[in-house]
Ligand binder design. Structure first.
Ligand SMILES: O=C(O)CCC(=O)C(=O)O
Ligand SMILES: [Fe+2]
Length: 286
C-alpha cells in the first residue's frame, strides 16, 4: 500500500511541502514562538482524520511487538543508587515508568508511520521550526521511530530524553490521565538544574506545564533540556497511543547500550558498535 503526504497531512492548512508559501511561513512562525518561549510547539490537527485512522491501525496491528517494562528510575533512566549524591538528590530519586514502546524495527518501509518520520518535507519543516540547518532521523534502529504505549494504569515518569528533539503525534488519547507535562529548559549545557528537578520529582508544580494535546496534533519538543512525563492513565480508561519521531542535529547518533536494553529488552549489533565509537553532542548526564 502506498501513501502520499497529502493523504496524511492537512497540506491546505499546513503546506509543509511549500516553504515559500504564506501558510508554511505562518506555521513555522507559530512553532518558533513556542519553541523559543517554552521549548515546545503544537501544530493542531496536522494529521488528517484518514491519516490518523491509518496510523491508529498500524499501531494496533503491531501492538503485540510492544516491549512493556516497569522500572523505577531517576530522570536519567538510572536505577541504581549513586553514593556520590545525597539520598534526596535527583540522581537518587527513583519513580515508576511502566509504559511500553513499539520498536523501530516494527515499522516496515511501507508504513505511513515511517513515511511521515523520514519524509524530507517533514524533516526540513521541522528543522525550520527548530531553527537549525539540518535535522536527521535519529539513527537508532529501535529508538528512532516508536510508538509509546500507555495501557490503563501505566505512567511515564519524569525524565530527560537522550536525543535533542522529539516529535510526537498523539494518535489515541486516554479518557482520563495520560497527560503530557513538562518543565521548559529546566537544565542547560553546563547547568543540570538539580534543585528545581528535585522539587518536581517530589510533586512540586512550579514551572510545570500541562499540554492540551489532541489526536492528530503534532508536538515538537526539546526533550533533552526539559524534564517531562506522561501522567498515569486511569485504570478504567482506553490506552494512550502516541507516535514518537526522534531526530538529532548530527547524523548517525545511536542510543546507549544500557538504556536500549532497558527500553526495548534487547540491543542490536549497531548499539554494540556505537558504544565503542560514541558520537555525542554535549556532556550532560544520560
Ligand atoms: O508519549 C509521549 O507523549 C512522550 C513520551 C516520552 O517522553 C518519551 O518517549 O521519551
Ligand atoms: Fe521523553
Amino acid at each position: 500500500m502506498t501513501v502520499s503526504l497529502g493523504e496524511l497531512v492537512d497540506l491546505d492548512r499546513y503546506p509543509i511541502d511549500q516553504p515559500d508559501s504564506p501558510g508554511y511561513q505562518a506555521a513555522v512562525g507559530h512553532a518558533r514562538d513556542g519553541l523559543r518561549s517554552v521549548g515546545c510547539a503544537v501544530i493542531k490537527d496536522l494529521v488528517l482524520p484518514d491519516g490518523l485512522t491509518r496510523l491508529g491501525e498500524e499501531i494496533w496491528d503491531r501492538k503485540d511487538t510492544t516491549h512493556f517494562s516497569t522500572q523505577v528510575i531517576n530522570p536519567y533512566f538510572h536505577f541504581h543508587h549513586n553514593d556520590e549524591y545525597a539520598d534526596d538528590h535527583p540522581m537518587n530519586t527513583f519513580l515508576e515508568r511502566s509504559s511500553g514502546f513499539i520498536p523501530g524495527d516494527s515499522w516496515e518501509d511501507t508504513t505511513a508511520m515511517r513515511f511521515l518520520f523520514e519524509h524530507p518535507a517533514v524533516t526540513s519543516f521541522l528543522a525550520d521550526c527548530l531553527e537549525i540547518p539540518e535535522l536527521y532521523p535519529y539513527a537508532d534502529p529501535l529508538a528512532g521511530l516508536t510508538a509509546n504505549i500507555l495501557d490503563p494504569g501505566q505512567q511515564f515518569t519524569w525524565h530527560f530524553d537522550t536525543n535533542e528533539f522529539a516529535v510526537t503525534v498523539l494518535v489515541e488519547e486516554a479518557d482520563e490521565g495520560g497527560l503530557f507535562e513538562y518543565v521548559p529548559a529546566i537544565r542547560s549545557d553546563g547547568d543540570e538544574g538539580f534543585t528545581h528537578i528535585q522539587q518536581v520529582l517530589e510533586g512540586g508544580r512550579t514551572g510545570v506545564h500541562t499540554l492540551d494535546l489532541r489526536p492528530g496534533d503534532l508536538q515538537i519538543f526539546r526533550g533533552r533540556y526539559s524534564l517531562h512525563s506522561v501522567s498515569r492513565v486511569a485504570s478504567d480508561s482506553k490506552p494512550r497511543h502516541a507516535a514518537i519521531f526522534a531526530y538529532t542535529e548530527q547524523p548517525d547518533v545511536i542510543g546507549r547500550l544500557e538504556r536500549t536494553q532497558q527500553l526495548f529488552g534487547r540491543v542490536l549489533q549497531a548499539h554494540i558498535d556505537a558504544e565503542e565509537q560514541r558520537v555525542r553532542s554535549d556532556a550532560l548526564i544520560d
